[in-house]
Every structure is written in structure tokens, then in C-alpha cells.
Design a protein around this ligand. Sequence first.
Ligand code: FES
Length: 319
Amino acid sequence: MLNLICSSRQELSSDLLVLTFKSSTGQLPNWQAGQYFNFSTVINGQKVTRSYSVSNLHAQELEILVKVEGEFSQWLFKHCHPKQWIQAQGPLGDFGQALTQEPCLFIAGGVGLSPILSLLARRAEQGLISTDQLIISCQYLQQVPHLEQIQAWQQQGLKLSIHLSKQASKHHGRLQSSMIQTLCQGPQPQLLCCGPTGLMDEFKQAWLQAGKAPEHWHQETFKVQLQSEKPQQSLMIEFQGEFFSGNDAEILLDQIDQAGLYLSSSCRAGSCGSCRCKLIQGEVEAAQPFYALTEQEEHAGYILACCARPVTDLVIEAD
Ligand code: FES
């Protein structure tokens, strides 16, 4: 676990913050463009964890964008000022692995711009920024962090359009997924999308319906990554009274999804608690700590399906 101290805070609007943190030891781990950290604090006596993508690259400070929604972000907005301590774990995630030498189309909705800023910095370092296109969707221009840097990349050849839904501009109005056809008329770029789930789902559907290659579509998720590959053994899983054949190699939540069953989920990173369920029988391995559970909940047999890998046959119930 890293101990971080807030070094600066900038309010871009009444609900959007840019925060930077330093390590208490002076040494931050190396992160790659597109990665995220899990931040933790205690709110009302409960440990709460949330994932935030890093928006900068190669620095002595780690920068995140925070939109005021959800318990953790509201806490940051209220309490996180310079000198505030906070814990974090990471870096995590592999969104940046989608970058190749090929042209990229980046679509950023709101604070989804965060990992894309670090990816663009990497593209600029590699001299590839002139092959890329960036589409930003937000409410007001003031909500675009590092606008000067983005415009400097535009001077270097980055194609840029900013769609403002609550302010008159060249691209006024909500970004529409139907624009995907006109956006991708040349050779198919790699498309990297980050933003609200609804926006990513809508654009993914439009991308596939337009006949674009599924392997060129990449979206950011805070999905738990397994540290080790296991030879796959099949086993039986009973979930909500339904039986399906599972395995001991993949994350339980993915297996429930693949079986066509429904378990609520949101962060898929162990921090929101949406996928909490009760282990009635069997054993699972925690692929990463169950951040959203208290010790008492874990002792009572609760697990987070997005972080659990089955070890034996299982009987589980949604919370
Ligand atoms: S989906 Fe958020 S904790 Fe599992």
C-alpha cells in the first residue's frame, strides 16, 4: 500500500477536481499510460476504495481527475486539500496495451479524458500524435483539463473536436454514436474509448454495427487482473439456484456473465461492493483484496465476485 499526500488541488468546475499526490517516501512506482490506482480511505468508520486513472505520465506526482459522484469522490471533494493523507494501491490495468504504431481514435467522455491524457502524452513522446484523432465530450469547455497541452498537440497534427452539451461551440450538443461512420472513413484506427458506461456501450455497439473490427475496439475497465495463469479445471457453480459449468481459471463474475446469469456490478475492481455475494459452500481465492468488504463481512462468508477465482465447486447467492 502506498501512502500519498495531496500536493495540489484545482477545481475546474463545481463538480470537477484535479488532484495531485506525492509519495510520503518521495518515490512513486512507475506507471504506464492508461493505468489506474485504487485509492482508499475511511468514511464513517468503514474503509472505502475507488479506482482513479492517472492522467499524467512520468512525473514525481500522480494526477487524477475527480467528478463528484459517489461516496468516495464526494469525500475527496470535501476533504482532499493539500497535505491530506490517503492510501493507494497500484498501478493497475492494461488499457495502454492497445497502443501500437497504428493511428488511434480516442473518445473521451467527461473524466474519461483522464487515462487518455496520459496515452496522448505517450503518443507525443513517440512522435505519433499527428496520426491520431481526439474527440472530447463534456458539458463546458472549462471542464477540459490541460486544454493548452491538448491544443499544443493539435498544433503537432492531432485532429481535435470538443463537443460541449451545455455551451455554444462549433460542436454543440451531445456526441452521437451515429457519428462513428463519418469519424472512421479512412483506414480503420485503433479506437480507445473511456467515459460513462452508457457512452462506451453505445459507441461499441455503433462500432460493431458499422462493421468495424472488434479487435480494434478498446475501452477502459477497472477489471481485476489475474497475476497467474492456471491450467483450467472445470467445476460446478450454483448461483441463485441455477447450475452451470465453470472453471478455476477465470474470475467468478466473468463466469456468471458468460453463463447468461445476472449479478449486479459496477467497478469490477473490488471497490464499489455491487457484486457482493454470499459463499454458501466451496472455496474461492481472492485475486486481489476485497476492498469493499469489512473484515466482519469476510468472516461472515461474503465475497466480491469481480475479485474471486473459484477453487472448488461453489454454491453462491447474490446479496
Ligand atoms: S463490481 Fe465493484 S466490487 Fe465488484
